[in-house]
Design a protein around this ligand. Structure first.
Ligand SMILES: NC(=O)c1ccc[n+]([C@@H]2O[C@H](COP(=O)([O-])OP(=O)(O)OC[C@H]3O[C@@H](n4cnc5c(N)ncnc54)[C@H](OP(=O)(O)O)[C@@H]3O)[C@@H](O)[C@H]2O)c1
Length: 331
């Protein structure tokens, strides 16, 4: 495969660092790697394949000759610099929410809708972390039994809020006072039913993302989705309690088999030995872990399940690198 000139924008952040690590782990065909962040990070360097790479300041001219640009520096940076990268001829894989709902931008999870990749016009959006893990697990079930309604409650790691989120939990656990607050309340020994800001309808931005992005990725506006997103004092991954209503009757053994055969899904479901997915065991793995499978007897064709994944890996970096791999394969 032809080697690619690659940049990572936001390389010093939690997602950016993980992208660099995943590019190396998966032996992505990198010719030249440029790492970009703010001026504050000049002087830092990150290791890639045993060699230190200096961090440079993000500027418009950084995209000259770049084939693939991974963006993970927030929406404002993406809105300003992604069009410049596209103009310079780069394929952009954007981790921010800036372009996710743009009808001209594919929103891709390679296990679910890989064909959308080839409809890109220079930008491919990486979905929200909570949405990615949910749709990977639900795809084989939707295909077979057609999901009518999803009710999801999340238990999201502090790393989903970037470096500052992780710093706040660490500082509170160590009873340090001097730290920049990321959350509106203490997060240690607490649960916050707020992920990102609230809209007038009472839902948070994260809840809106889960609802809208799920429909776009499945290409199915008829699925009803409602979400409650909660931040919990966990470092290593997001957990989700998901309740589904199917259009067609199902057999729970067939549901288990469908999940066992689904790409990217790992079933951990043996309640006799207290085996089920946990953030602590999903941490630093690429899989989407599914367990606590059980019929919901309160509705027709109802199913409950518990889904866990590492938000920095499958929820961000791994999914972004998989998109780039698929694009190279199909190009
Ligand atoms: N964390 C997750 O689980 C997750 C999952 C999916 C998607 N995302 C998305 O990925 C993006 C990054 O998240 P993160 O968790 O990695 O955040 P983070 O840890 O706070 O890192 C932010 C990165 O962006 C850089 N940056 C900020 N402003 C910049 C500017 N004006 N110019 C250049 N670089 C700038 C920072 O550079 P400095 O170090 O120099 O400040 C840093 O490298 C966000 O859009 C987020 O929504 C995050």
């Amino acid at each position: 495969m032809k080697l690619q000139d690659v940049v990572v924008v936001g390389a010093t952040g939690l997602v950016g660092r993980k992208i660099v690590q995943v590019l190396e782990e998966r032996n992505f065909p990198v010719a030249r790697l440029r790492l970009l962040a703010t001026e504050r990070s000049i002087g830092k360097s990150l290791d890639f394949k045993g060699k230190g790479h200096p961090v440079e300041k993000l500027e418009a001219r950084c995209f000259h000759g770049i084939e693939i640009a991974f963006f993970s520096a927030g929406s404002a940076v993406s809105k300003e610099f992604v069009p410049l990268a596209v103009q310079a001829g780069s394929l952009v894989i954007d981790n921010s929410s800036a372009f996710r709902m743009d009808p001209h931008v594919p929103l891709v999870v390679p296990e679910v809708n890989p064909r959308q990749i080839m409809f890109n016009k220079g930008i491919i959006a990486n979905p929200n972390c909570s949405t990615i893990q949910m749709v990977v697990a639900l795809k084989p079930l939707h295909e077979r039994w057609k999901i009518r309604r999803i009710v999801v409650s999340t238990y999201q790691s502090v790393t989903g809020a970037g470096k500052k989120g992780a710093d706040q939990l660490e500082a509170e656990m160590e009873k340090r006072n001097a730290y920049e607050k990321q959350f509106p309340h203490p997060i240690a020994l607490n649960c916050l039913p707020q992920v990102d800001e609230f809209y007038e309808d009472g839902y948070s931005r994260e809840e809106h993302k889960m609802i809208n992005e799920t429909k776009k990725i499945f290409g199915d506006d008829t699925i009803k989705v409602t979400a409650t997103c909660v931040r919990v004092p966990v470092f290593g991954g997001h957990s989700e309690s998901v309740n589904l209503e199917f259009e067609r009757p199902f057999d729970i053994r067939e549901v288990r088999e469908a999940l066992q055969q689904a790409p990217g899904v790992c079933v951990q479901d043996d309640i006799s030995r207290s085996v089920y997915p946990m953030a602590i065991s999903a941490h630093d793995h690429d899989g989407v872990f599914v367990g606590r499978l059980r019929r919901d007897e309160s509705v027709r064709n109802g199913l409950n399940l518990w889904i866990v994944a590492d938000n920095l890996r499958k929820g961000a970096a791994t999914n972004a690198v998989q998109i780039a791999e698929e694009w190279l394969k199909r190009k």
